[in-house]
Design a protein around this ligand. Sequence first.
Ligand SMILES: [Zn+2]
Length: 189
Amino acid sequence: MLLMKDIINDQNKLIRTISKEVSLPLSKEDHDLLMEMHEFLVASQDEELSEKYNLRPAVGIAAIQLGIPKRMCAIHVLDYDENGEPTKSTDYALVNPKIVSYTQKQSYLKTGEACLSVDEDVKGYVPRHAKVTIEGYDALTDQNVSIVARGFLAICLQHELDHFDGVLYYDHINKDYPLVPIENAMVIE
Ligand SMILES: [Zn+2]
């Protein structure tokens, strides 16, 4: 099982590596790694397991965060009802995902973003495309997928895809005005 000690942070230059395309069909090694990454996310959002293994809750992880420069990432996003009970889970284990279209309209998270590889949260709004269409191979369902994502999911996917190019969320924050609302952008609560 992956643990926090397996994750590199932004002090490690490897995090800025441009990751390489992964050859398909997926090797057993790549498949197992991707499943472990997804399993990590699920455990990190499980109250008992996250406490037991001291995991920081995360909705996404890219292979480079384990020091492996391959264009693979996992996603585990839960929706909650008003009582805080999870109602729906969106899960992907993506290989070579690419943004094939996006809206000019932007969005950002009201609370700012966070990252397993950034130990201390950097405050500031991160502009993202409000809606993206992403194509790639999903190892969880063993098929090519075309994902039309909006809102929080769209932000998560763009954050993970950025990791493939060595980009961190705080690179996008306006250095002079980190907390000035971004004009015409949708605010995601
Ligand atoms: Zn990240």
